[in-house]
Design a protein around this ligand. Structure first.
Ligand code: FAD
Length: 469
């Protein structure tokens, strides 16, 4: 039997662990945290089951998470809930998941204040988005910023604001840095599938259900056991070291992030060119979140997106980097109890809000102020918060670092930037025999957790061809 060590139990690690164990590999999974799930972990408080982050699966059943769950036979139910709500300034509209239907596009255009004379360019852009069918359609867009793509179709400032926020939701970096190819791919699949969903039992059910498959197939999952070293001899992996000793393996597949994986394997095992490339890789921005446990239902919408009128993502981020705290951030808001009321005690509800912040917001005082701003804006958007909050929990970059194990507190992982996309993305086959990267950093495409699930399936195929079970 070929033996494989998997590092990490996020969507990427748990997904590939399930696939490998099911295919007959001898799998041992090591997780540094005492709980599974990485950035999709959950916690319990006063009978509420709460996502540590703020998630939805943009493509639900039709996307990589649904596909992987079916392939594994995982016990996972993804629930779609319409409509979602878009708030721009002090006006809002409820929209279908198929938000590129003509009627929905008209509603969005009126709400964001797009100018009628810009409609032709906007429609041509949406046609371009929807024309992307497979990854070969993306070749002309690698190396191009998403802002350049948008600007080549429309000069409408309000449409740019909206698309910049949508890109920010997907990649947690502004359109001036995001890859046009990644933007087209993620947006086209999201819009075409229109199956955005949330799992019964909370987002943590995704990695939990994948790990259940791994264990049912004979794999072993060891929590609270960080990998301290990936042992490499003569250019090939030999296994890993943890506090309990040496675990031999023919293959090591790591979701700890490319940079951390290289450190664990020892920089001396890689050539200078590769190390220089790894040094230049940039992660996505992070996020502050505020979670509310309430004794009333604050909304019927699973998802709400709040866009301050005139919001300039690049300026917002620049101000945060300069130490200024913007008073009106764009917000991504999920109410998991709309999809699964059992996540709270009877009659109680959860409302989770999230605002993107750059990695420079490590200063605890700045993060605290930003949480206060988010909480204040939330109580204006959802007045029930003022009198019906049972408890409130704010998190910042350290919390994300704790979940994912990487220093910067990045929300997604490796940034989907125009200068590290397509041929410039790291290869999941790392230049040591038997060493692979899995998860958002390499091997997949799409948005956040779906990218990690896509990576799990693609990297599994590589391992199956390089090291048959
Ligand atoms: C606030 C927030 C909101 C988000 N919203 C969405 C959303 O709505 N939709 C979406 O799809 N995505 C969203 N994301 C992004 C998504 O959560 C991540 O991109 C995705 O979960 C990353 O999965 P992964 O498997 O690559 O890595 P991770 O989940 O980071 O897993 C890495 C794992 O490796 C473990 N590890 C690291 N080092 C070691 C070691 N040495 N030994 C053992 N274990 C180790 C870590 O503990 C962790 O469990 C959001 C993220 C955040 C923070």
């Amino acid at each position: 039997m070929t033996s494989v060590v998997v590092i990490g139990t996020g969507v990427g690690g748990s997904g590939i662990a399930g696939l490998l164990a099911g295919a007959g590999y001898r799998v041992t999974v090591f997780e540094r945290n005492e709980f599974p799930g990485g950035k999709t972990s959950m916690y319990e408080r006063d009978g509420f089951r709460v996502d540590m982050s703020v998630h939805v699966s943009p493509r639900g059943e039709k996307g990589p998470i649904g596909v992987l769950a079916r392939r594994l036979g995982a016990d996972l139910e993804l629930r779609m809930r319409e409509p979602w709500r878009l708030i721009v300034g002090d006006r809002h509209r409820d929209l279908p998941l198929a938000f590129t239907r003509p009627a929905a596009l008209v509603k969005i255009a009126l709400l964001i204040g797009a100018k009628p004379y810009n409609a032709v360019g906007a429609l041509r852009l949406f046609r371009r988005v929807l024309s992307i069918k497979d990854q070969s359609d993306l070749a002309p867009y690698f190396g191009m910023p998403a802002s350049e793509l948008i600007g080549s179709y429309t000069k409408d400032p309000n449409l740019y604001i909206f698309l910049n926020i949508m890109g920010g939701l997907m990649f947690v970096i502004p359109a001036s840095e995001a890859s046009a190819a990644e933007f087209l791919w993620a947006m086209s699949n999201w819009a075409r599938d229109a199956t955005t969903a949330y799992p019964k039992g909370g987002y943590g059910r995704i990695p939990e259900s994948f790990l259940e498959v791994c264990e049912r197939s004979g794999g072993e999952v060891r929590l609270s056991e960080p990998v301290e070293r990936i042992v490499v001899e003569n250019g090939s992996v030999r296994g890993v070291e943890t506090a309990t000793g040496f675990q031999p393996a023919d293959v090591v597949v790591s979701s700890a992030g490319i940079r951390r994986t290289v450190e664990l394997a020892g920089r001396g095992n890689f050539d200078d060119g590769f190390l220089e490339r790894v040094e230049t890789l940039k992660d996505s921005d992070g996020a502050v979140t505020v979670k509310f446990a309430l004794d009333v239902k604050p909304t019927d919408n699973l998802i709400t997106v709040y866009v301050p009128r005139g919001f300039d993502y690049e300026d917002y981020r620049g101000r945060l980097e300069a130490g200024d705290i913007p008073q009106d951030p764009a917000l991504y808001i999920v109410s998991p109890t709309v999809a699964d009321p059992a996540l709270a005690p009877p009659g109680k509800h959860l409302l989770l809000a999230c605002a993107a912040v750059p990695p420079s917001l490590v200063h605890a005082e700045a993060a605290r102020k930003m949480s206060e701003v988010v909480a204040r804006r939330m109580s204006e958007l959802f007045p029930a918060i003022t009198d019906h909050t049972i408890w409130q929990h704010g998190t910042s970059l350290e919390f994300i670092s704790m979940m994912g194990g990487r220093g910067a507190g990045e929300a997604i992982g490796l940034a989907q930037r125009y200068d590290q996309d397509g041929p410039d993305r790291p290869d999941p086959r790392l230049p040591v025999e038997g060493l692979y990267a899995v998860g958002v950093d390499a091997g997949g495409m799409g948005i956040g957790t779906e990218r990690a699930a896509d990576s799990a399936m693609n990297v599994f195929e590589l391992i199956a061809s390089d090291f048959p079970a």
